[in-house]
Design a protein around this ligand. Structure first.
Ligand code: NAP
Ligand code: ZN
Length: 353
């Protein structure tokens, strides 16, 4: 057993506080990772505050993990001690169902094991809790098949957020053909949104940011946006009507899907990646009138995550971060709730305790 420092929410109403936890010694096919940095995803906040319901506690969030391999199990072939690695939103899946065989382990038919808050049908839960404990911790033990390699040109701190925010936006951008000649919209310039802008721009698409924050317009352009629409300005939104092929919607709260879908051209698609706890409404005519598609996307497979990191390394794409000590996690959550982030908080794991 390996002891590790971590930050946990004891209940949905409790602020996160320091705790000591145990990690298991690596099994034959597992690696033990010394975590150097962990990004703060808005999902962490949804979970730590139990906004979706059903979250097991204590909750140790964190699924944007970057670190270095400390030890490897006897059958590990892909990684060696000292390798720079990352872990994203999942740590296991059945490996044999059609989804796993197709490389979309996040849709495992038997049940994907999420990096935190999941009970595993395949592995024991983390010692002491029975459910998985995430990356707001100094170390974690993970099956090698759910670990990715961080290319040397990506600094670990700026790579960490890519393990969720990067792959969650890269995957639908690829699937919906972002590239030269495609007009891509990104709603919400937060952690996911800023990665979507950088990646879509690197793919060669024309990028429009749709934001509630007029003050983010200059940043949006600096990140790679060609156009910015302020969604609270009705005239501005009318100017953008029927102009986009695909929209990546990263909004974390309730919002007016109909209004945003007016920006789509004939047969354009709005891909929801944001996960507001509230139900979202869409009017039938919004869809039927221009054969528009309203769909969603959930992170991306392990192979695709590696592809995303390699693509970003080749294009010099990485997250824009604000590094915080662990004592700043609760304040960072409050700022995230208020949309005040540029553009991803990252925890320096040395400060966990
Ligand atoms: P974030 O950094 O907080 O960014 C969300 C952005 O949405 C905000 O910065 C803001 O941008 C905009 N926004 C917030 N409230 C809004 C409202 N009421 N109306 C319109 N826009 C609003 O969050 P994140 O970490 O990028 O995560 C975004 C969402 O994606 C969360 O719900 C998270 O749980 C989810 N998520 C999903 C997946 C997946 O696989 N599907 C993976 C990761 C995260 P502006 O100031 O520009 O308007
Ligand atoms: Zn996330």
């Amino acid at each position: 057993m390996i002891s590790a420092k971590a930050y946990a929410a004891a209940t949905a109403r409790a602020p996160l506080a320091p705790v000591s936890i145990a990690r298991r010694d690596p099994a034959a096919d597992e690696v033990l990772i010394d975590i150097h940095y962990c990004g703060i995803c808005h999902t962490d906040l949804h979970c730590a505050r139990d906004e979706w319901g059903g979250q097991p506690f204590p909750c140790i969030p964190g699924h944007e993990v970057a670190g270095v391999v400390r030890a490897v199990g006897s059958a590990v072939t892909k990684y060696q001690v000292g390798d720079r690695v990352g872990v994203g939103c999942m740590v296991d899946s059945c490996g044999t169902c059609p989804a796993c065989l197709a490389g979309i382990e996040q849709h495992c038919e038997t049940g994907t094991v999420w990096t935190y808050g999941a009970q595993s049908a395949y592995r024991p839960g983390d010692p002491g809790t029975g459910h998985t404990l995430g990356g707001y911790s100094s170390a974690m033990t993970v099956k090698e098949n759910f670990v990715v390699r961080i290319p040397d040109s990506l600094p670990l701190d700026r790579a960490a957020p890519m393990l969720c925010a990067g792959i969650t936006t890269y995957s639908p951008l690829r699937r919906y053909g972002a590239g030269p000649g495609k007009r891509v919209g990104v709603i919400g310039l937060g952690g996911l949104g800023h990665m979507a802008v950088k990646i879509a721009h690197a793919m060669g698409a024309e990028v429009t940011v749709i934001t509630t924050s007029p003050g983010k317009a200059a940043d949006a352009r600096a990140l790679g946006a060609d156009k910015v629409l302020v969604s609270t300005d009705k005239a501005h939104m009318r100017e953008g009507a029927a102009s986009l092929d695909v929209i990546i919607d990263t909004v974390s709260a309730e919002h007016d899907i109909d209004m945003y879908m007016q920006l789509l051209r004939l047969e354009g698609a709005l891909v929801l990646v944001g996960l507001p706890p509230e139900k979202l409404k869409v009017t039938a005519f919004t869809l039927t009138g221009a054969r528009r598609v309203f769909t969603g996307s959930n992170i991306g497979g392990i192979g695709e995550t590696q592809e995303m990191l390699d693509f970003c390394a080749a294009h010099g794409v990485m997250a824009d971060i604000e590094m915080i000590p662990a004592t700043g996690i609760n304040a960072a959550y409050d700022r995230l709730s208020a949309g005040d982030v540029k553009y991803r908080f990252v925890i320096d794991s040395k400060t966990l305790g």
